[in-house]
Design a protein around this ligand. Structure first.
Ligand code: SAH
Ligand code: MG
Length: 205
């Protein structure tokens, strides 16, 4: 990753470890030749900058799916609420402006397409086989399973499914992401690739 891109990714508000980001970058670069790369849960663009800079190098496309209203833990009064992302007029969270800013600064406006929608609704109308899907949206049981059920079937043969926030020890974090990771492996559709910290990775057979 070039140093200027890395600097930008580091500066973005967000929830992604640098080593995980670098892995996403490498995977996206490889997957972009198979088909578009799609992420669920863009927030302010940290993962999008890692993914997008890899995709851009291959002349590919990144699709960023997010309703930009925040997950449960981002709402007012919750642990990860950021008052700078609160739209008082709408009385809602809004991370879209910050995402657009970061994509512009990273030179990704010609690479990234923003799909501002609930993930499940977007998955229902989606038709293009994808080179890679990165799931990092809502972490409730319902949201995570809907993301898996909606998007895993769109990964093209040879393509990558990556899932963030795997915590084998329930004391360290919610179990929904690792549940859908296990569901992917149990489906027989995917082969397991090495994990980077909490980032699980598999390849569609
Ligand atoms: N990948 C980001 C962090 C994502 S945080 C990073 O690198 O920093 C999770 C995001 O998922 C939030 O922005 C939230 O708005 C979005 N989200 C949660 N549930 C969603 C749903 N059902 N549909 C669309 N987006 C959702
Ligand atoms: Mg995450």
């Amino acid at each position: 990753m070039d140093p200027a891109e890395l600097e930008l990714a580091r500066a973005c508000k967000g929830f992604l470890d640098e080593e995980e980001g670098q892995r996403l970058h490498a995977l996206a670069r490889e997957a972009a030749s198979i088909g578009p790369v799609l992420e669920v849960g863009s927030y302010c663009g940290k993962s999008a900058v890692y993914l997008g800079s890899g995709v851009k190098r291959e002349g590919g496309t990144l699709i960023c799916v997010d309703h930009h209203r925040g997950s449960e833990e981002h709402q007012r009064g919750e642990q990860y609420h950021d008052p700078e992302l609160y739209d008082a007029d709408a009385a809602r969270m809004d991370s879209l402006h910050e995402l657009r800013k970061n994509l512009r600064l990273a030179g990704l406006e010609q690479t990234a397409m923003l799909l501002v929608a609930p993930s499940a609704a977007a998955a229902r109308v989606w038709g293009t086989p994808l080179g890679m899907v990165f799931i990092d949206g809502g972490h409730s049981h319902e949201a995570a399973h809907a993301d898996y059920d909606g998007w895993a079937r769109h990964v093209a043969p040879g393509g990558i499914l990556a899932i963030h926030d795997l915590f084998p020890d329930p004391n360290e974090g919610g179990q929904a992401p690792i549940e859908i990771y296990r569901k992917g492996l149990a489906s027989g559709w995917f082969e397991e690739l090495p994990t980077t910290k909490t980032l699980g990775v598999m390849r569609r057979r």
